[in-house]
Design a binder for this molecule. Structure first.
Ligand code: MN
Length: 336
């Protein structure tokens, strides 16, 4: 973590080691987590552009669909899906793994990370397992996008408008549009530099937040219609059932971002969005304001994330999962 414990000297040493590792590499895999988000895709694309600019062979991979709202990102259509045939033909000596607390998070490509592969691990998650040959973990960074910018700045790499667009997207989405507590003066300085380098905030914001399909809007309506409050209005709960998807014709990834609604109410300190995955499995997204550590609640179920934003999978029917989560929030709000 690049806090006060990590001196300027340390970070320069770290950047030098990253640079040496990249310099000596032939073919570099650039991977991020399954079901990629803005920070994952943005930093993958930015890193790939940089590596190509220094004549490295680059392999991008993704495990999971790219949400439609990110299809405007320059080059995003060239990130291949990790099909079996694709993986069979894959060879690389170095892997840059972005935004993954654990290498398993990259999905199936993880199977190819044997001991011959040098791993550069770049992440801002608190619970990163330091699995790389070089580990750069900065849990006070707003996003991996911000970290990648710092590295590029140290290198003196001149950022073009495409790379600026990718990194701005990474930072903006991971800060909830510059709203989360992780948004520092440096976050905004960097974002300003990216605008100066050609990122267009209005275009990017419109593409990501104001391009919803009608069925997705109808899904939002159904979910909000069943909004619930607990613990004197301190916890807001939203649920998405399979029936809601069927009734609206929306798909699972249309639910991305709906968790944000859980913190829109005055007096709410924590939010919970529970999505039914199957009869006996749900995904829960947890959000909070300052004082509530939702990472620890998610951790109870084997999940994780950040203090104010976390997630987990619970192998229980949706109503049972909700009760279990409410018990844990009860310990927070009613005092354990
Ligand atoms: Mn991130």
């Amino acid at each position: 973590m690049m806090n006060s414990a990590v001196t300027e000297q340390n970070i320069i040493q770290l950047f030098s080691r990253m640079n040496e590792t990249i310099d000596s590499a032939q073919t570099i895999l650039v991977a991020s987590h399954i079901d990629p988000d803005g920070d994952a895709l943005g930093t993958q694309l930015a890193f790939a552009a940089y590596l190509k600019s220094i004549d490295k062979q680059v392999i991008l991979v993704r495990d999971g669909n790219i949400p439609d709202k990110y299809l405007f990102l320059p080059g995003v259509n060239e990130i291949p899906y990790t099909s079996e045939e694709f993986l069979d033909a894959l060879e690389f000596d170095t892997a840059i793994i972005l935004e993954c607390p654990d290498p398993k998070r990259i999905g199936r490509t993880n199977e190819l990370l044997d001991s011959s592969v040098r791993i550069l691990n770049i992440d801002h998650h608190l619970d990163n397992a330091n699995f790389g040959a070089v580990n750069w973990i900065n849990s006070s960074a707003s996003s991996v996008g911000e970290m990648v910018y710092e590295y590029f700045a140290w290198l003196g790499y001149k950022i073009n408008p495409d790379v600026a667009t990718s990194l701005f997207t990474a930072i903006m989405t991971d800060t909830g549009r510059f709203r989360f507590d992780s948004t520092s003066a440096r976050t905004l300085q960097i974002s300003g530099e990216l605008v100066a380098s050609g990122a267009r905030p209005q275009m990017i914001t419109d593409q990501i937040y104001f391009s919803m399909q009608p069925q997705a809007m109808k899904l939002v309506g159904k979910i909000l219609n069943n909004i619930e409050y607990y613990f004197d209005g301190k916890l807001c709960v939203l649920m998405m059932t399979d029936d809601m998807l069927k009734e609206t014709g929306a798909s699972r990834h249309d639910s991305e971002g709906i968790v944000d609604f859980t913190l829109f109410t005055k007096g709410v300190d924590a939010g919970l969005f529970i999505k039914e995955d199957s009869e006996n499995s749900v995904k829960a997204s947890l959000r909070s304001r300052d004082g509530v550590n939702v990472a620890s609640i998610a951790g109870t179920f084997g999940g994780g994330g950040h203090f104010n934003a976390a997630g987990c999978t619970i192998e229980l029917p949706i109503e049972t999962a909700k009760s279990r989560l409410l018990e844990l929030f009860g310990e927070v709000f009613n005092g354990a």
